[in-house]
Structure formats: C-alpha cells, structure tokens
Design a protein around this ligand. Sequence first.
Ligand code: PLP
Length: 394
Amino acid sequence: MINQTSLQLGSVRSVIRELFEYGKKRKAQIGEDNVYDFSLGNPSVAPPRVVEDTLIDILQNGDPVEVHGYTSAQGDFAVRKAVADYVNSKFSVGLGPDNIYMTCGAAASLCITLNSLLNEGDEVITIAPYFPEYKVFTAHARGKLVPVRGQNGTFQPDVVAIKRAITPKTKAVLINSPNNPSGVVYTEQSIKELCKVLQECKENGQTIYLISDEPYRELVFGGVKVPYIMNYYKDSIVCYSYSKSLSLPGERIGYIAVNPAMDCASDVYAAVCGAGRALGYVCAPSLFQKLIARVQGVTSDISVYERNRDVLVEALTSYGYKVVRPDGAFYLFVQSPEPDADAFAERAKDYELLIVSANSFGVEGYVRISYCVSPDMIARSLPAFKALAESYKK
Ligand code: PLP
C-alpha cells in the first residue's frame, strides 16, 4: 500500500487552488473580463528591470558550466556571504555565510527548518490566521501545529493566550508578518512581549525557537517597520523568500538564516543542512542564487499594491464591509456579513467575485481578498462588491 497521508494530500486541492481552477473555467465561459479573481497571491507586478538585466549578464558573460552547475549543498559561499552582509548592513546581527542556507523559497525554508528542530510529537504554536500549509509542513516534520488566535479586531499576537498554550512539548513559535491572510504587521510591542514570554521559558530550562516566515518583509506601506526578530530573541530563525519581494515566485529562491547569537548555533545550522539533505532540498537553483547575490536590497515596485489597498479599503468600507486595514503584504481581510464565511464566499461567486473563505486560515467569519491584481480589475469589480453587500441588506 502506498503512503495514505501523501495520497490524501495529493488528492485534494487547497481551497485557494480549488477557487483558482473554478475561476479558469468561469473565465472560459463568460470571458476573462467578467470574472473578478482575487484568489491567488501571485505578484502582479513584473520583477525590477535590473533582475532581467543581471540574468542576461550572467548568462552572456558567465561560464555556462559554472552558471548551471551544482553549488555547495547549502548554497554558493559568495552568495551566502552577500546575503549575510546585506542583512547585517540593515540589522547588525553578525550573520556569516555559515548561518545562511539557500533554499527553493519560503516553503522549502519552512520545511527544512521544522524538520531540523522537531522531534516526534513536538508542538509548534502559530498565530491564527495563518498560512494553511503550516499544518502540512509541521505534520510532515512529525510535529503538531497549535494555532492561537490573534487579538480580536487587530489580529496582533495574543501573548497571554500564547503563554497559556505553551506545554513542555512546545518546540517553536512560528510567526508571519506581514501576515498572509490578514495583511497585519506585528508591532515592535507585540514582538517584545512575545519574546519576553519565550525568554522566561528559556530561563526555566525550555528553549522555544522563534521562526519568522518572511516572504512579505519588503511589502509594507507608509513606512511601517517590520521588527527583525534576531534583534529581540537569540533562539530565532528567519525563513526568507524572494518570491514576492522580487516577483519571482516561479523561480523558487530564498534562504534560511540561523541567528549566530543562539546557543549551539553551529549545531542548529548543521541540523538545517541535515534536514535539507534528507528532504533533497540541496543546491537551490544556481542561476537564481547568482542573481540574488547581485540584487540585494532591490524590491519590485510595490506602489501598485498600496494603491490597490487604498481603493479597496475605501470602497468596501463605504459599502458597509468591516475590513482589517492592512499595513503590508497584498491581502485584505474582510469580515463576512454572515457568520459562515464559506457561505459568503460561495454567494460572492454569484457576483463573479472569487474571494477565499478564511476558515482554512484558522479564523472563522472572515474572507481573504488577494489584491495583487490589476487596478483595472479592481475598478471593474467594485459594483459587484456593492451589489453583494446590498444583497445582505434586503
Ligand atoms: N509563507 C507564506 C505566509 C506565504 O504566503 C507563502 C506563499 O504565498 C509561502 C510561505 C511560500 O512562499 P514561497 O513561494 O517562497 O515558497
């Protein structure tokens, strides 16, 4: 018999993928312009010009055998050094190349990190709403995901509830800020309070690692700051990705950074290398490693996301929806006008609006709108949002 867990995972699509597939069919039936697809988090702005120029330069002037060849399992040394130097220049955290492991994006960063830390039955606390794949990744690493709801209304971490959820089996707390699906950026105050609780556990003999999943770090609006966890807590690991910051989700490139200040940092890094090896996640794409070494600090033009946010927040609020104003990422979290968010997302389809119920994100009664779409589609979708709101007033 083949592995039943894998069979089951591969046989059902996620709610988001399901909706995306529905959208493709619907567009074929009634025309592309008549469906308002807010389902996926696929960046809608092109990578910065310098990304393509640099790729062309590497391909034209590099040694093809080297450009396309294997790098070290954990990534090319010069690339890891470039990443470490850049992060140090921003946050002064003393990273070296041997604290960096190059990966195929944040998903791989998370899988490797969880497999490097967890033993059978260990628990990982995360803050709801959360990225649904966390459950899959944690289960595959033999652990159990323990969601703790964020604070009502703001969705900042509820540190009192997190403290209550800690057990002797808690091995890690996994955070994601800017958050998918709420768009909320965790404040410095929230991070400090969370780290205080983890530090108390440390002093009582229990090390709990803080894992920060950061594919949206650069996607923030209005000068909002995203605290860098290594500056607040030693036992911390950053899972980074260039999927959103450089609009390169299909190229699969990111990294893991292990805080050099933690106890046994070299053992944790070795465990990361071991987990990467066991999972077959060695040697992240060579061409894209070389690229990112040369474009540190570059970000896609995110102004369109900010404009989309402003238009949607203003319009939806005026129609009577209750929204969580996002400071980052490209998601808008909207309270469902009826208690059942699945039913609301289903009714939205009657208006050709494809929005995702947040039930699978661990919070009931909300939907997620991905606004990494064209401003034109947003403008065309507004009458549908208005009619949908009015359908609840009848
Ligand atoms: N973590 C979060 C919160 C995400 O939203 C995503 C992708 O949407 C990922 C991880 C996976 O990112 P990547 O494409 O870099 O693997």
